[in-house]
Design a protein around this ligand. Structure first.
Ligand code: GLY
Ligand code: MN
Length: 477
C-alpha cells in the first residue's frame, strides 16, 4: 500500500509543484491584488509609527465527525489579502523593517503545497502561488512562522483582534491555526503594547467606505438577490412549505453564480413571521399566512441583505395592509434620510416616529412608548463582506452601504385586539449613500401592495409542480 501511494504521489507532486497559483481561479472578476495592496496601504496610513498588525485566517469549523462546515474566509483577512485558505497569518508593519534576513513591511504565511491533502480537500496556492497571485511583498510557508524571531516588544503598538481560544489543534499539522495563534499568544503575553480596540476601529473606518471594485461585487450580489426575490414573488402559492421558498431563493442565487448565502435564509410564515431570525423553515404555508423572506446572496464574499413580506395567497387582508403600509412608510422615511452628514441613527429615528404615530392611530398601542413591544430592533446596519459589516456608526458618508429595515411584529397573545396577532412584517433594502440622493440598490423588487399583488399574479417557471409531495403536519393560523 505504502509503495503504491508513493508511486502515485510522484507525478502529482511534479504536477502541483510549480507556482501555478491562480490558474484554477475560474472567476475572472475577483478583487485584484492591487485592490488588496491598496487596502493594506490604507491600513498602514492609519497605524501609528513603529507598529504591527497581526491578522489570522478564520478557523476550519467541524460540523460532526469527519465533516467540516463550508470554509468561509475571515472578512478582514480576505479584505487585506484576497486569500481564501485557512491556517494563514498576515503581518502588516507600519514601516519596512528587518526581520531575520528579510527587509519588508508585510509578510503573509500560508499553507505549503501538499499533493496528498490537496487530492482530498482542494488546491492550495502555496507560498510561490500566493506570491504570484496575491502579490504580497513577502510570502512564506506557515511552518516558518514560529521560527521567525520577532521581538514584539520592540513595537510601539501590536494590533490584533482577541486571539481565538476555540480552535482545534490537528496533531498532524504543526503549523495549523492553533499553532500560529499559540505562538502569537506566547510571544505577546503580558506585553504593554498589545492593542485590541484600535484595530477594530481601523478596520471599521476602512470597510465602511466601499471602494469602486467592491461596489462592482456588492452590486452583483444585490442584483442576483433581486432577481431571486422577484422570481419568489411570482412563484409563491399556498401549499408550499417554508423550506420551498428557501429552496427557490437559494436556487436562484446559486444558478446566477453566487457561492453562498450571506446569512441563513429567514423564511417565516404565519406565526413565524414574528421571529426576527427564524431559520427553521419547516412550516407548511396556507392561504391566510404572511411570509417574511429575508435572504441575500453572497458573491465573491460580498453579501446582499433583502427582506420582502408577502401574502401567501396573493392578497393582503385589511389588517395586513394596515400594518404593511406603516412599515413601508417608515422605511421610506428612513431611506429619505440616507444622506451624507446625517447621523447614522437618523433613518431609525424617522422610522420610529412613523411607527409610533401610526400604531397609535390604529389603536394597536395606547401609549407611544409601547411601540417597542412590536418594533424592537435597529433599522440599519452597514453591509459588505459581512451582513452586519463593521463601521463607526457616526455620520453617514458617501460610499457607505447600509440597510433600512423597519418591522412590526405582533405575536399571538400581544396586548392588542387579536385581529392583529401573528402579523409580522419587515421590509429591507440596501442603500448606497452618495454625495446626493440615496441609491436604493435593491429597489427593483416590488414593494408597494399593488406592485406585489400584481406580480404575484404572474406565473413563474418554478410554480409548484403537482408531483411534489404535499407538506405534512400543517395547521393553519
Ligand atoms: N438579515 C438579518 C439581519 O439583518 O439581521
Ligand atoms: Mn439586515
Amino acid at each position: 500500500m505504502r509503495s503504491i501511494r508513493a508511486f502515485w504521489c510522484l507525478p502529482l507532486l511534479l504536477l502541483l509543484s510549480a507556482g501555478d497559483g491562480g490558474k484554477y481561479d475560474y472567476d475572472t472578476d475577483l478583487l485584484t491584488p492591487e485592490f488588496h495592496a491598496g487596502r493594506r496601504n490604507a491600513l498602514r496610513a492609519l497605524m501609528p509609527d513603529s507598529s504591527v498588525a497581526v491578522f489570522f485566517a478564520s478557523p476550519v469549523r467541524n460540523r460532526a465527525n469527519d465533516v467540516d462546515y463550508d470554509y468561509h474566509p475571515d472578512p478582514n483577512f480576505y479584505y487585506l489579502t484576497g486569500l481564501r485558505e485557512p491556517n494563514a497569518v498576515l503581518l502588516v508593519f507600519k514601516e519596512k523593517i528587518a526581520i531575520d534576513t528579510l527587509f519588508t513591511n508585510e509578510i503573509l504565511f500560508v499553507q505549503d503545497r501538499n499533493p496528498g491533502a490537496e487530492a482530498w480537500t482542494g488546491r492550495r496556492l502555496g507560498p510561490a502561488g500566493a506570491k504570484s497571485t496575491l502579490k504580497v511583498d513577502r510570502v512564506l510557508s506557515n511552518t516558518t512562522f514560529t521560527g521567525l524571531k520577532i521581538d514584539y516588544k520592540r513595537f510601539r503598538k501590536v494590533f490584533f483582534y482577541p486571539l481565538p481560544t476555540d480552535v482545534r489543534d490537528s496533531e498532524y499539522d504543526k503549523a495549523d491555526l492553533y499553532d500560529l495563534v499559540a505562538h502569537v499568544r506566547h510571544s505577546t503575553k503580558g506585553n504593554k503594547n498589545n492593542e485590541e480596540l484600535l484595530i477594530d476601529q481601523y478596520m471599521s473606518i476602512l470597510r465602511q467606505v466601499k471602494q469602486p471594485e467592491e461596489m462592482v461585487l456588492l452590486r452583483k450580489a444585490i442584483d442576483i438577490s433581486c432577481a431571486a426575490h422577484i422570481e419568489m414573488i411570482k412563484a409563491l402559492e399556498p401549499g408550499m412549505g417554508e423550506y420551498e421558498t428557501q429552496a427557490i431563493l437559494e436556487y436562484e442565487f446559486r444558478r446566477r453564480g453566487a457561492e453562498a448565502v450571506g446569512y441563513p435564509s429567514i423564511c417565516g410564515g404565519g406565526e413565524n413571521s414574528c421571529i426576527l431570525h427564524y431559520t427553521t423553515n419547516r412550516k407548511p404555508l396556507t392561504g391566510n399566512n404572511l411570509i417574511v423572506l429575508d435572504a441575500g446572496a453572497e458573491y465573491h464574499g460580498y453579501t446582499a441583505d433583502i427582506t420582502r413580506t408577502l401574502p401567501v395567497d396573493g392578497k393582503f387582508s385589511d389588517e395586513e395592509k394596515a400594518i404593511y403600509n406603516i412599515v413601508l412608510e417608515a422605511q421610506e422615511a428612513g431611506i429619505a434620510l440616507c444622506r451624507p452628514g446625517n447621523d447614522f441613527r437618523a433613518p431609525h429615528k424617522a422610522a420610529v416616529a412613523v411607527i409610533k404615530k401610526r400604531l397609535l392611530e390604529l389603536g394597536v398601542i395606547a401609549k407611544e412608548e409601547d411601540f417597542q413591544l412590536y418594533f424592537f430592533h435597529g433599522t440599519s446596519h452597514y453591509l459588505g463582506l459581512d451582513v452586519h459589516d463593521p463601521g463607526m456608526y457616526g455620520r453617514l458618508e458617501a460610499g457607505n452601504v447600509i440597510t433600512v429595515e423597519p418591522g412590526i411584529y405582533i405575536p399571538e397573545g400581544s396586548p392588542c385586539d387579536p385581529k392583529w396577532w401573528n402579523i409580522g412584517i419587515r421590509i429591507e433594502d440596501d442603500i448606497l449613500i452618495t454625495s446626493g440622493a440615496p441609491e436604493n440598490l435593491s429597489g427593483s423588487i416590488p414593494k408597494t401592495i399593488p406592485e406585489i399583488e400584481t406580480m404575484m399574479k404572474v406565473e413563474s417557471y418554478l410554480n409548484r409542480r403537482p408531483d411534489l409531495p404535499k407538506p405534512t403536519g400543517g395547521h393553519s393560523h
